[in-house]
Design a protein around this ligand. Structure first.
Ligand SMILES: *Cc1c(COP(=O)(O)O)cnc(C)c1O
Length: 397
């Protein structure tokens, strides 16, 4: 079947939760995707910051193939070596002491919300349950994470939302502290807002947040679902800001494209999850955790963190040159390969023209082009994308 035929069938059978583009990718390697008609695309979205090692990295493919033939699933009633190994790697490279595994970013955040509430209830009593999050944040699509998310477009239609969330402007420590009250148990933030438009806080913000948490006895939860796993040039984004959280969630890039989520915590908090209080059938199963172990090892061993930093600087520099040429570009901002380009116009047309010319771009928050390529992206690939984007901008100005 060709892409037109697949799309006609999708129309008939797939729920329309996404406004999908008319592209049917069937094969990938590194930063290149091919569709079912054989058309080649340069991928600067990387499965929404998931394919940090590029598509079908040989080490991830080998780990999946090997594990699939050994044991795919056995349940969390038993001990799972690749899950234990993954927890050890993540804890030894972060602030955390223990890990809980699930299948997605939303579930990881659900787990964080539940852990924060249970810990606080046991320590302070049932009146302490409120979690403060940021305006323009994104934490997922389940009911609790929709309630945590600070975006009306994610929340509308689903009232009543879960009680116990309050939203304050991002990057405003005074507003955050003013919102703290006797019911507050935790503060939950993305260190850099992803879906909200690649919003980078001013230096010092997260240190102030950490200090507010310490002064009021609040749990600091960082949602690193999008910015973790090397995207910013460090394994975890919090490392840029001179602080560490009490709880952190990861998902997207953790298993090289296999579905996984994790919530990491310091022992003091982790102890609140006792047998029977939380769980997930598939969470951390042998197949995905084997992929994740291979992914994290490759990230650490192949110098990809430095590469993300270097290629991020290169790509940002090239985007800055476009900004000098085209006044529709208001700002280029980013850390490592987490880069946003703020436009004075909606970015949808640029994305569509990119597709016609063989480059997969993304627009978030309507007017922000988001560049989140694989950390393995090459200079030539960046140059090719920049050439195409330059051509598109020349047409629309
Ligand atoms: C993508 C994302 C989520 C949700 O992850 P899912 O795997 O889609 O549930 C949560 N938080 C952030 C910051 C994200 O970018």
């Amino acid at each position: 079947m060709n892409s037109e035929q697949w799309i006609a069938k999708a129309d008939k059978y797939i729920m329309k939760t996404y406004g999908r583009y008319p592209i049917v990718p069937v094969r990938g390697e590194g930063s290149i995707l091919w569709d079912v008609d054989g058309k080649r695309y340069l991928d600067f979205l990387a499965g929404v910051a998931v394919n940090n090692l590029g598509h079908c990295h040989p080490k991830v493919v080998a780990a999946l193939q090997h594990q699939a033939a050994e044991l795919i699933h056995c349940s969390n009633y038993y001990h799972i070596p690749s899950q234990i190994e993954l927890a050890e790697i993540l804890c030894s490279h972060s602030f955390a002491d223990k890990a809980f595994f699930c299948n997605s970013g939303a579930e990881a955040n659900e787990a964080a919300i539940k852990l924060a509430r249970k810990y606080s209830r046991e320590k302070y009593g049932p009146e302490r349950y409120e979690i403060i999050t940021a305006v323009e944040s994104f934490h997922g699509r389940t009911m609790a994470t929709v309630s945590a998310t600070g975006q009306e477009k994610v929340q509308r239609f689903f009232d009543p939302l879960l009680h116990g969330f309050k939203h304050v402007p991002f990057d405003d420590a005074a507003a955050l502290e003013a919102a703290v009250n006797p019911t507050t148990c935790a503060i939950m933030l993305e260190p850099i807002q992803g879906e909200g438009g690649v919003n980078i806080p001013s230096s010092g913000y997260l240190r102030e947040v950490r200090s507010i948490c310490d002064r009021h006895g609040l749990i600091l939860i960082l949602d690193e679902v999008q910015v973790g796993m090397g995207r910013t040039g460090k394994l975890f984004a919090y490392e840029h800001f001179g602080i560490s959280p009490d709880i952190m969630t990861l998902a997207k890039a953790l298993a090289g494209g296999a579905p996984i989520g994790t919530m990491l915590a310091r022992d003091e908090y982790a102890a609140a999850f006792t047998p029977g209080t939380h769980g997930s059938t598939f969470g951390g199963n042998p197949l995905v955790t084997a992929a994740a172990v291979a992914t994290v090892r490759t990230l650490l061993e192949d110098g990809l963190l430095n590469r993300a930093e270097e290629m991020g600087e290169y790509l940002q520099g090239e985007l800055e040159l476009l900004k000098k040429k085209y006044p529709v570009i208001l700002e280029v901002r980013g850390i490592g390969l987490m880069i946003g380009m703020k436009l004075s116009i909606p970015g949808g047309d640029i994305v569509k023209k990119g597709h016609d010319r063989g480059v997969l771009l993304n627009v978030t928050h309507d007017t922000v082009l988001r560049f989140v390529p694989a950390l393995t992206v090459t200079k030539q690939e960046v140059n090719e994308m920049i050439g195409i984007l330059d051509g598109i901008l020349a047409e629309i100005r």
